[in-house]
Write a protein that binds this ligand. Structure first.
Ligand SMILES: [Zn+2]
Length: 233
């Protein structure tokens, strides 16, 4: 009898242990599932978040029939390919022509930003890709913004701006601190917003519609990211 009882307790214990293990695995999976991305069959947390500005119903800047959302997506997909080649873990806030705001009701824009921020907060750094438009068609060149007060954001912005300066005119030769851009202001990781040029400017427009130039922009941004990452890893 004694032995049987011991055996029964053991089975109960075994059952409890299995349940506990299952719960632990479930909780681990539940906690991680939002921040994991599969890449080459392995699971990892993204280091770099790329945010292709706008998308879906949100065209961003428009000049004639040129839409910012198309240019930002194309360049971001080049960035994605380069990060993949370099084995730098990444995630994109979007990889197609969509917005993240859900249905077209009041608050869509805010929901879009919040959804982007949720993805951005998974990374160690984030880069949002944009192009500009302005009434004064003489304005040209790239601008890089970072969150005012963020030392790391400023470092990342400087690193990207240095690389962009090799392939594109700069509208402003220093990164610009901003306190009124929602994603920059409220995201957790160091984040920069890159404006690659003005589609309202003829020379920039020709460049931004050129596929080789877009690839160069992607290379410069990835190079800037790499230089920055080497300072923190
Ligand atoms: Zn934009």
């Amino acid at each position: 009898m004694g032995r049987v009882r011991v055996l029964l307790i053991s089975k109960k214990m075994l059952f409890i242990i299995l349940v506990v293990i299952n719960v632990i695995f479930f909780l681990a999976w539940f906690n991680l599932k939002d921040v994991e991305t599969t890449f080459s069959g392995t699971v990892y947390r993204p280091i770099v978040v790329i945010d292709p500005g706008h998308g879906g119903v949100d065209s961003g800047a428009v000049f004639e029939n040129i839409m910012e959302k198309d240019i930002t997506l194309d360049i971001s997909l080049h960035i994605r390919d380069l990060l993949q080649k370099k084995d730098i873990p990444f995630v994109l806030t979007r990889e197609s022509d969509i917005d993240l705001g859900g249905e077209l009701t009041k608050g869509r824009h805010k929901r879009d930003l919040l959804a982007r921020r949720q993805i951005i907060n998974q990374g160690k750094i984030a880069v949002s890709i944009h192009v500009n438009t302005i009434d004064d068609h003489r304005e040209e060149g790239a601008v890089v913004f970072y969150a005012e007060g963020s030392k790391e954001g400023e470092k990342l912005a400087t690193s990207i701006l240095n690389e962009l300066g090799k392939i594109q005119k700069l509208n402003y030769h220093q990164p610009i601190p901003r306190s009124n851009l929602f994603l920059l202001r409220t995201s957790t990781p160091p984040m920069v917003l890159v404006e690659l040029g003005f589609i309202s400017n003829k020379e920039d427009r020709v460049k931004l519609l050129n596929s080789d130039f877009r690839k160069k922009c992607a290379q410069a941004i990835v190079q800037g990211i790499q230089v920055y990452l080497e300072t923190i890893i």
